[in-house]
Design a protein around this ligand. Sequence first.
Ligand SMILES: Cc1cc2nc3c(=O)[nH]c(=O)nc-3n(C[C@H](O)[C@H](O)[C@H](O)COP(=O)(O)O)c2cc1C
Length: 176
Amino acid sequence: MKSIVVYESRYGSTEKYAKWIGEELNCRVSKIGDVNTEELLSYDNIIFGGWLHAGTIKGFKHIYKYIDKFRDKNLIVYYVGLSIMDDSVYEEVKKNNFKYDDNIKQFYLRGAFNYNKLTATDKLMMNMFKIILKRQKEEEMNENTRGMLDAYTNPIDFTDKDSIKPIIDEVNNMNL
Ligand SMILES: Cc1cc2nc3c(=O)[nH]c(=O)nc-3n(C[C@H](O)[C@H](O)[C@H](O)COP(=O)(O)O)c2cc1C
């Protein structure tokens, strides 16, 4: 069974995970923009990774546009974000990215954040987001809100090689 890892990453965490997964599976790793759909469809196992941007999985549209063509493939999607995964994050990601109740295997991995390294556009967006977050009363904030507000001043990096294990196990199980 042939595998490929394709990804979209802006600040490096999703790419780092892609390379770790590629090393473990001993397979090709490529930016999603560098592989066309026909070429992707020549693989049996397609592992796509994208980072979360306001609840959207960046780059996933390249695959989702042709989702019917991937129905007989083993498609795994991992997405990388800062949030602690909970029901509300899961529901938001589902609503924004998976229109039908797709049978796509999904994994969430935690990324990194350094406000000072953001592009001007991302800084602007994050500043607007901060205003919204700060409207909440301190006692009403959940762990995600507090963690996010803290990240504006303290860069954080949750990337962890061990967290790819469920993805590797999934691919290995699919190919038994
Ligand atoms: C503009 C912007 C929007 C973001 N939106 C989300 C989000 O909706 N949910 C989340 O968990 N993380 C969010 N993040 C955090 C990123 O997903 C996180 O920094 C990730 O590691 C970036 O991936 P990359 O390093 O591969 O580019 C956002 C970050 C930026 C800069």
